[in-house]
Design a protein around this ligand. Structure first.
Ligand code: SF4
Length: 368
């Protein structure tokens, strides 16, 4: 019997932590392996979250480190190799070297189902491995399948085969509805997402069973998994507020850097926090998050500054030294407070803020 491994990467962010808790609560019989890729430059809050999760899960989280034999932190080791060239959103060598490659080494040639915490209220795809032995599943979304699976399942060349798959099931009153949708070919005016949503609208569980039956005819890892795949019957769609609730109720808690801290600007009170996990100097940070780092973790900010040399800076248009000039931090806070005010007047203050809106930006391997 071929063994299929089920793995979940803990990034240090709230969503992957909540996913670990959620799967453990809902499917206690699932044998999930947990791992976390350590860049050596994470915030202490991230390490604290990992400790809390290990206690909650009663299992250890395997720490993956790139350049294991180096005497330096993984990030510093590779920075040297890249000649001091700081990573950026256009040259993200850090994700490749520090997150993806260690993960692919950890998996090797084993068949792996990888669980990813992208939520039902997000419009982004997670990392999809080019390695065919790794398959991603998104338990928080109504559509738990990755884009590549959906594309293959709904391809026009499969219309007849999908009918055969459908005939294996008896969805009582819904059989004809499924048939009608499955038989209609994709076109310029009828695209994949529309077709998928129509299937899910008739029945999430039924659609999952159809896709799973299709997968059994492929080389995807789930085709080889002998065990029942319990997520086929999962109809949940979890959004941001659910994630906070899961973390709080479990006792694991929300990572401390999400906690809003008040600051005064022009006689008014505003608040800031950090919106994501990852390296403390991550270039995906917004300006206000750099100010947060400067004021809340001055020692880390000072360390981040030491990386800026030979013309390399973390941000394209200004150095950290320029950012901490008093006028400049004042201006950043002022602009941020204004945006926040504008948003709060448009929406419920509870629902969104600027940091939340930005949270989907960046790297799925580091921030989920
Ligand atoms: S958190 Fe940012 S800097 Fe760190 S590895 Fe990820 S993308 Fe790179």
């Amino acid at each position: 019997m071929t063994k299929v491994r089920h793995v979940l990467g803990i990034s240090g962010g709230k969503d992957s932590a909540a996913l670990a808790i959620y799967l453990n609560m809902k499917y206690p019989d699932m044998d999930v392996e947990y791992y976390s890729s350590d860049t050596g430059k994470e915030l202490d809050e991230t390490y604290q979250l990992i400790d809390n999760l290990e206690i909650y899960l009663g299992k250890s989280i395997q720490i993956l480190k790139a350049a294991e034999n180096s005497h330096e932190d993984p990030f510093d080791h590779f920075l040297k190799m890249y000649g001091g060239f700081l990573p950026s959103s256009n040259a993200r060598w850090c994700t490749k070297k520090l997150k993806l490659e260690p993960f692919e080494r950890y998996v090797g040639s084993d068949l792996v189902v990888s669980y990813v915490g992208i939520r039902g209220d997000e419009d982004r795809e997670g990392y999809i491995s080019r390695k065919t032995n790794i398959q991603s599943i998104f338990p928080f979304r109504r559509n738990i399948w990755s884009e590549d699976v959906i594309q293959k399942f709904l391809a026009n060349e499969r219309l007849e085969q999908n009918m055969e798959v459908l005939r294996k099931f008896d969805f009582a009153g819904e059989q004809e509805k499924f048939e009608k949708i499955l038989l209609r070919p994709l076109s310029m005016s009828y695209h994949e997402h529309q077709k998928l949503n129509m299937l899910l609208d008739i029945g999430v569980k039924e659609t999952n069973h159809l896709i799973h039956a299709f997968l059994k005819t492929t080389q995807y890892p789930l085709a080889y998994d002998e065990a029942n795949f319990p997520l086929l019957d999962n109809e949940d769609n979890l959004i941001r507020s659910d994630i906070f609730r899961i973390l709080e109720e479990s006792g694991v808690g929300v990572p401390a850097y999400y906690k809003k801290i008040d600051f005064e600007i022009n006689g008014k009170t505003s608040s800031y926090a950090r919106s994501r996990s990852g390296c403390f100097f991550c270039f995906y940070q917004q300006k206000i998050e750099w100010v947060w780092l400067y004021e809340q973790h001055p020692e880390l900010f000072a360390k981040a500054m030491t990386y800026e040399k030979d013309g390399y800076t973390w941000m394209q248009n200004e150095s950290l030294e320029q950012l901490i000039a008093p006028d400049r931090t004042h201006q950043i806070k002022q602009e941020y407070a204004k945006k926040q005010e504008k948003m709060f007047s448009k929406k419920s203050a509870f629902l969104l803020d600027i940091l939340d809106e930005e949270e989907g930006v960046g790297c799925a391997s580091c921030f989920i």
